[in-house]
Design a protein around this ligand. Structure first.
Ligand SMILES: Nc1ncnc2c1ncn2[C@@H]1O[C@H](COP(=O)(O)OP(=O)(O)OP(=O)(O)O)[C@@H](O)[C@H]1O
Ligand SMILES: [Mg+2]
Length: 309
């Protein structure tokens, strides 16, 4: 591993009785990355984060975060990172400002810097004018931005976010991510779990975990390139349902799926082409309006790795 690895884990394992929640996971995160951690419910994401944050002791394996040993130096890890847990709770009966002041106290932000820091965070979260509002009265998106502000009040170089945008509307999600990328530009490393694949598209690298096992780890572009065995075509034609049924027995076609009125066909490039398939459909009586090769989305990759629900 290079010296720039800010997180470096090998063989990380957590058992709860007979259940292996995290199974022999190894990876490294470099300084400055926005690292997305994906996986279905119960796959071990939060358990991994809690071990990385020095909150939960691994059953076996080892890891260093910011140079500290996660098993032996958990306290130092906790002091130096920012962590927004999956159920991060603001104090609902405190105002926006009071919540930030509380966390500034917890993280021992020096009194002389506190005022400036709070102003910075209120501006960053777009909460100016709402300083005196009770946190409990904020809508979901505002709450998450305030929670992020609380998690970074001590300017940590590394931030763990466990499903920070769950249940938040698309515009608020976008705003939240603008904050994340703003932080990343200042050199903060971000480790984030999410179920929104559009969010993972912009990460520097994506890890996919399933049943506690790390199944893939690469940049979004690499994952998409390597994921599917063949070329993916998007086909627009009359009577798409009938076309799908016919395509299932067309030469060189591996998989067919209907997305609305568009057909996705995975073809073996050694046996089939977009033109060839259009011609074949024409011969069996289907009018084709368009056949183009498309890149798979991260959703295609995720489904193919994890299996359809
Ligand atoms: N303290 C615990 N005791 C026993 N089992 C646990 C404990 N914490 C987690 N588990 C189990 O470990 C597995 C992984 O849980 P984890 O919370 O890490 O999943 P997750 O990927 O974060 O899921 P989600 O997307 O629902 O948040 C689950 O089967 C869960 O029930
Ligand atoms: Mg979780």
């Amino acid at each position: 591993m290079t010296t720039e690895a800010i997180i470096d884990v090998r063989g990380l394992t957590k058992r709860f009785g007979d259940l292996v929640a995290v199974n022999d996971v190894s990876f490294a995160v470099q300084r400055g990355e926005v690292f997305a951690f994906l996986g279905p419910n119960g796959s071990g994401k939060s358990t991994t984060i809690r071990m990385l944050c020095g909150i939960l002791e691994p059953t076996s394996g080892e890891g260093r975060v910011l140079g500290f040993d996660i098993a032996r130096e958990g306290e130092q890890v906790k002091e130096h990172i920012g962590y927004m847990s999956q159920r991060f709770a603001l104090y609902e009966d405190l105002t926006v400002r009071e919540n930030l002041e509380f966390y500034a106290g917890v993280y021992q932000v020096p009194g002389s810097e506190r005022k400036t820091r709070l102003v910075e965070l209120i501006d960053m979260a777009g909460l100016r004018g709402r300083e005196r509002q009770l946190a409990g009265q904020l809508s979901g998106g505002w709450k998450q931005r305030l929670a992020l502000g609380c998690a970074i009040v001590h300017q940590p170089p590394l931030l763990f976010l466990d499903e920070p945008t769950a249940g938040v509307d698309p515009v608020s999600r976008r705003r939240f991510w603008t904050m994340i990328y703003g932080l990343a530009r200042t050199g903060v490393t971000v480790f984030v779990t999410t179920h929104y694949l559009d969010e993972a598209e912009h990460a520097t690298r994506v890890a996919m975990i399933h049943g506690g096992v790390l199944r893939a780890l690469a940049s979004p572009a690499e994952l998409k390139r390597g994921a599917l065995q063949g070329h993916l075509l998007s086909l627009v034609c009359d009577t798409p349902m009938q076309a799908v049924a016919l395509l299932e027995r067309a030469p060189g076609v591996r998989e067919v799926a209907l997305y609305g009125t568009t057909i996705h066909a995975l073809i073996d490039p050694a046996q089939q082409t977009a033109e060839g398939l259009s011609a074949w459909l024409g011969d069996v009586g289907i009018t084709v309006h368009g056949a183009t090769r498309i890149e798979p989305t991260l959703e295609d990759v995720f489904i193919s790795l994890i299996g359809a629900p």
